[in-house]
Design a binder for this molecule. Structure first.
Ligand SMILES: C[S@@+](CC[C@H](N)C(=O)[O-])C[C@H]1O[C@@H](n2cnc3c(N)ncnc32)[C@H](O)[C@@H]1O
Length: 347
């Protein structure tokens, strides 16, 4: 990974190592006793799953039991203990079954060199581009995928795409064809094809900014001839004003704050508010602490995220908006796996 060194500071590629320091940071040390107990419990869960695979138990049943067990261990022990258990699961023989799922394998192998790339998200969206990989998967891989693709976190991400398209459409209809929108960390901008306003040419300008040139290229060709303008840029370039982007009626980021430490999250949010027109809206989404598949994601997918509570979100919004004339609100998606912070600029 040394050739893709970028830090966990908003300019950077998101690697498991770069975010572990934040995700697993705690003042509580791992005691030998806790560690031994947690290791024993992890070994037991993995062994039971192994036996169930040998006995040809239904894959969904094996996974549900294991995911629940991993989630419980993760929540019960300190992050420092959990961090040491991750390689135990990753190096266990049953990992090979999960890696037959192209989605789990993609996340684990990180073909673009960082976690949570837009290609990975396309598995969640069931985008046609991933279908050949799913078709080529083994029967085991297909069964694992039938489970992983329906996980609560994936359901919440699909809902997030739909909610974002709805936000865009609502902003567009309130601005009478003049709406200007900025998406930060746009990935493949899959919400773009769900937006009626974009189809109806009712948006003036929609900047889709991402740090990955491959994703930027994909957006540029998919949305050629529309109001969408794909821009190669990062949190860093936004913060340092390296690009002149202008002002917007709606600025949002989804699938980004899950990787940003509070300090960067607050700075980015402040900058986003500065780019808002009066009555404009800024929205940021974050996975919540309700995600039941967090243990599976951090082990077999090697995909760690900063899960945030309601209070964590409010802390970011309070620090962002101190002294500003704004209205802040918080909402959850239907299964509460994703939480949305929404800030409306009043003047
Ligand atoms: C989980 S994907 C989300 C993509 C899209 N927003 C969605 O919801 O499908 C995360 C995206 O963040 C981008 N990203 C990661 N770090 C970034 C940074 N520092 N600046 C800009 N984009 C970044 C990645 O390239 C990737 O496309």
């Amino acid at each position: 990974m040394s050739d893709v060194k970028i830090a966990f500071d908003g300019q950077s590629l998101i690697t498991p190592d770069s975010i572990a320091a934040t995700v697993f940071s705690t003042s509580v040390d791992a005691t030998d006793k806790d560690l031994a107990l947690a290791r024993a419990e992890m070994a037991l869960h993995l062994r039971v799953a192994e036996q169930q695979f040998e006995q040809k138990t239904a894959v969904g049943q094996i996974m549900l039991r294991l995911l629940t067990g991993l989630h419980e261990i993760r929540n019960r022990f300190s992050p420092k203990v959990w961090e040491q258990l991750i390689p135990v699961a990753q190096n266990h023989a049953i990992a090979r079954h999960f890696h037959e799922d192209p989605f789990t394998r993609w996340s684990f192998e990180k073909p673009r060199g960082y976690s949570g790339d837009a290609g990975l998200l396309d598995f969640i969206y069931g985008h046609p581009s991933v279908q050949p990989m799913l078709d080529a998967a083994s029967p085991m891989g297909k069964e694992v995928h039938a489970f992983t693709s329906q996980s609560p976190a994936c359901v919440a991400v699909r809902e997030r795409r739909d909610l974002l398209a709805q936000f865009v459409d609502d902003v567009a209809s309130s601005r009478g064809g003049e709406a200007e929108i900025l998406t930060i960390a746009a990935g493949h901008l899959r919400e773009g094809s769900m937006s009626q306003a974009l189809k109806d040419k009712a948006i003036k300008r929609w900047i889709a900014l991402d740090q990955d040139p491959m994703s930027v290229g994909a957006v540029a060709s998919e949305f050629a001839g529309t109001a969408v303008e794909a821009v190669n840029g990062s949190v860093r370039t936004v913060l340092t004003r390296a690009q002149t982007l202008g002002t917007f009626d709606f600025v949002y980021a989804a699938g980004l704050y899950d990787y940003l430490a509070d300090e960067v999250a607050i700075k980015l949010s402040q900058r986003c508010l500065q780019m808002l027109k009066p009555n404009g809206t800024f929205l940021f989404a974050n996975f919540s602490q309700e995600v039941p598949d967090d243990g599976y994601m951090e082990t077999f997918m090697n995909w760690a995220l900063l899960l945030r509570s309601e209070e964590d979100m409010w802390r970011i919004m309070r620090a962002t908006t101190e002294g500003l004339d704004v209205e802040c609100s918080l909402r959850f998606g239907q299964n509460k796996n994703i939480v949305y912070g929404i800030i409306r600029k009043l003047s």
